[in-house]
Design a protein around this ligand. Structure first.
Ligand SMILES: C[S@@+](CC[C@H](N)C(=O)[O-])C[C@H]1O[C@@H](n2cnc3c(N)ncnc32)[C@H](O)[C@@H]1O
Length: 236
């Protein structure tokens, strides 16, 4: 994929500066992934599509208000958080992960590329969702390839402001996961507003669920560290 091809994405039309930063970020991820475990993808071209391009597919202007506060939970090498921050320099992006060395990479890479609207937060989702400073304080929370939907919903929705959205970036099994998530979404006062199916230029299918929070989450969520994974709340 060339810069010109990437700019054919409607969100990048006329944004050569942003497209160049996206490519430069991809290069830094590839350079570092030989040294630490950042992404399973080792080929730069493949990473451009499956990491960078894929990250941008979550972007829908209506879910990212001006100056929005974004949390990318389980950001790993910065996906989708860094591409979204490059696309929208007005938003404040907080990139959270439980592994510090991944965040150190993201911080250094953002500094090198002059990406100023990214802050990294070293935290476990279950702790951050309970902290007063971060609970119910984001307009939009994204999570790509972190956990199955009932688990990541329990982790992500407590961070979302009432009226805000959790965007779960999933593969083709998303609707099966959704069937098992009815109960936890009701518990957390959230409902699916939109299901976006798409295909990457390489042919892989993706499904993004936009889940709106309609009222505060009960104080009992998220449960303590490890509980959502061990005992997920499942059911239609
Ligand atoms: C498969 S990686 C996905 C990374 C990135 N979102 C992407 O799509 O490339 C999952 C990430 O979630 C992080 N993670 C797992 N459990 C977590 C938790 N309880 N709190 C915060 N981050 C967590 C891992 O450290 C890892 O970086």
């Amino acid at each position: 994929m060339t810069i010109a091809e990437m700019m054919q994405l409607s969100v990048l039309a006329g944004r050569e500066d942003a497209a160049q930063k996206l490519f430069a970020y991809n290069d830094l991820v590839m350079e570092m992934s030989g040294k630490i475990n950042l992404t399973g993808i080792k080929d730069p071209e493949e990473s451009l599509i499956k990491n960078v391009y894929d990250s941008l597919t979550v972007y829908e202007e209506k879910y990212f208000p001006e100056n929005a506060k974004l949390l990318d939970l389980g950001t790993g090498a910065g996906f989708p958080g860094v591409p979204l921050a490059i696309l929208r320099p007005d938003i404040q992006a907080v990139l959270a992960d439980s592994i510090q060395k991944k965040l150190t990479f993201v911080e250094n890479a953002c500094q090198k590329l002059g990406i100023k609207n990214v802050k990294c937060l070293h935290i476990r989702a279950e702790e951050g969702g309970r902290r007063r400073k971060t609970r119910e304080s984001f307009d939009i929370v994204t999570a790509r390839a972190v956990k199955m939907l009932p688990v990541i919903s329990e982790w992500a929705l407590p961070f979302v402001k009432v009226g805000g959205v959790f965007a779960a970036m999933k593969g083709p099994g998303a609707l099966d996961e959704l069937k098992e998530s009815g109960k936890i979404l009701r518990e957390l006062n959230a409902e699916v507003e939109e299901v976006k199916n798409l295909e990457l230029p390489t042919g892989e299918k993706r499904c993004i669920l936009y889940i709106r929070k309609t009222a505060p989450c009960p104080k009992t969520y998220p449960r303590k560290i490890g509980i959502a994974e061990k005992k997920p709340i499942l059911g239609e």
